[in-house]
Unconditional design. Sequence first.
Length: 122
Amino acid sequence: MAFTATTNSLKKSTLTFTGNIGRSGAKKFVYFIQYTKGDETAATLSISFIKNSISTTTAFASSPVDTAAVAQQVFTITGTQNVTIPVTVPMCASAIVAILANTGSTATGTIIIDGFPDLTTA
């Protein structure tokens, strides 16, 4: 398992989780999120990647598609639900960075997030 993070609430403005990909060869990283909505409008998950040969701390924004305009890859969860979010991993990435945040009012919801490299070849 890459990481497990549990919060009693989303009271922080953001929570950052880093999952090592290393030499696993994972082409995808999968997040399992259990979200119970509170006073916030939504929870968001932004995805970035680290390339150790450039920097072990600098996260580079990830665009969900290969286009001329790069847009940060952000997933929005708007209501109480359990979701699975698969993320495509660039072959050269050393680590994946997930930033959990909220929109709207002060966060009072709860969230459990687990992340796993998907090592399937099919």
